[in-house]
Design a protein around this ligand. Structure first.
Ligand code: SAJ
Length: 429
């Protein structure tokens, strides 16, 4: 059986490699010529920090003809299965999905597919998208009939950067299908590498499960962020409050932080909401989104408060920012909260120097970033920042003594002992 994977990104490439490892003949399609060139010379275009991904890539490459990549859609014509794994961003103004990449992928598949193919959408999509976008687009571009000439499935990805292969091989999956029989075909395919439980459900259930599981996490993070701000106002320590609350059964709070970035949480709540009929309005979910989007502004307010306490302002100051990736110890910087903070600080007249050991363009020498800074802001909890020496290096190299901790990287007690003017999110230990 031949599988074509359309979209060789964070989801498509690892999934293509796992299908190839399982013995399927896999052809990867992408329109990004640079990415294809990188793959053809035996390098990964991303994911250097993904455990096992490069070894998997090498092992697949050693098997002749098991996996190759192309930007020529005609090479996909004899595929039996198409897997679509393209990005589905939302328009920041309308908060609706644009589906530009999805529609282009559906056009590509429709143009070349033969009768009898199975088309699987792994991209995260708004509920009703399979019925109202995917199926009509495929029938339109292929001039064929769903059910009679081809079948479609929705198997939403559950990938977390930094643990991609583990998630793909062990996490449970849902498969949205029009019929139990078609669902079973998809389940058999995924069981070639997935050891998790695979549930066959309707298209809408699969679409809601995926977007809601991230909306739920977003709401829980927003609660932690709001409670941390309440703790700041009452001058009590969030971590102590959380520890005592969690003594109660069935309680667990997430971490307050400098913002919510990444390829999932900032958009999945909006996807869940996108096709809801009025007057249904998930206001808790959208309020949580706004709360999390406002965290870089909260960081900026903490910085202003720290300078105000020494009768200074942000204007004209050099601010060192630690971290650009959207989460700790990865190189993934999609929807980075630091980008939002950077704009705010520049608008307030500060000079910003960003450091991130994982992200290309920011992996400069930490000492140079810290040298002469009036303030330091920690935006990402990279392990490297948690080394005890970092606080002392800051003390030695900085010109000022303001420290804003957006990810509970430092101890307030230790920082204040070293003479820092410290502000953290809910940190009063
Ligand atoms: N964040 C907080 N506080 C927290 C947890 C996260 O502020 O307590 C921030 C992070 O710093 C980051 C953003 O939220 O900026 C997202 O972090 P995340 O841990 O949710 O990581 P994601 O976005 O990669 O979420 C993925 C999701 N997985 C999929 O969509 C397949 C999510 O469902 C998983 O729960 C999460 O990984 C995980 O736990 O690994």
């Amino acid at each position: 059986m031949k599988i074509a994977v359309v979209g060789l990104g964070y989801v498509g490439l690892p999934t293509a490699l796992l299908f190839a490892k399982s013995g399927f003949q896999v052809i990867g399609f992408d329109t990004d010529s640079q990415k294809l060139k990188t793959l053809k010379i035996g390098k990964l275009p991303f994911g250097e920090n993904e455990p096992g991904l490069f070894d998997l890539f090498l092992s697949v490459k050693r098997r002749k003809n098991q996996f190759h990549v192309t930007d020529d859609r005609s090479s996909l014509a004899d595929s039996d299965v198409f897997l679509i794994a393209v990005d589905t961003p939302i328009d920041q103004k309308t908060k609706k999905p644009t589906y530009t990449s999805l529609k282009s992928a559906l056009e590509t598949v429709g143009q070349v597919m033969k009768v009898g193919v199975n088309i699987i959408v792994e991209s995260t999509i708004a509920p009703l998208t399979m019925e109202k976008v995917v199926i009509p687009a495929l029938e339109q571009s292929s001039k064929r009939k769903i059910g009679q000439d081809f079948s479609v499935l929705h198997c939403p990805e559950r990938i977390t950067p930094g643990k991609t292969l583990h998630n793909l091989m062990y996490l449970d999956r849902v498969i949205g299908a029009a019929t139990e029989r078609e669902g079973r075909i998809g389940k058999k395919l995924y069981q070639s590498f997935c050891k998790g439980r695979i549930d066959i459900v309707s298209f809408r259930t699969a679409e809601v499960v995926k977007t809601a599981e991230n909306a739920q996490r977003d709401v829980e993070i927003a609660f932690a962020n709001e409670l941390a701000q309440v703790c700041d106002a009452y001058d009590v320590d969030f971590s102590s409050v959380r520890e005592l609350i969690e003594r109660m059964p069935n309680r667990s709070l997430l971490n307050p932080g400098a913002g919510v970035g990444g390829h999932c949480l900032p958009k999945d709540s909006w996807l869940l909401r996108a096709n809801l009929p009025t007057p249904v309005e998930p206001s808790l979910i959208t309020t949580a989104r706004s709360m999390n989007d406002a965290m870089p502004s909260y960081i900026s307010a903490l910085l202003k408060d720290a300078f105000r306490s020494i009768h200074q302002t942000v204007r004209g100051k050099k601010i060192a920012v630690l971290g650009y990736a959207y989460r700790e110890d990865t190189d993934d910087s999609r929807m980075s909260p630091t980008e939002t903070l950077h704009k705010l600080l520049k608008r307030n007249g500060a000079t910003v120097s960003i450091h991130d050991p994982y992200v290309k363009g920011f992996e400069r020498d930490l000492h140079r970033v810290l040298k002469g800074a009036h303030a330091v802001i920690s935006m990402v909890g990279h392990s490297v920042y948690k080394q005890p020496s970092v606080l002392r290096q800051m003390k030695t190299l900085m010109r000022g003594n303001v420290l804003i901790d957006g990810r509970h990287v430092f101890s307030r007690t230790k920082a204040e002992k070293l003479g820092f003017i410290f502000r953290g999110i809910g940190q009063h230990e």
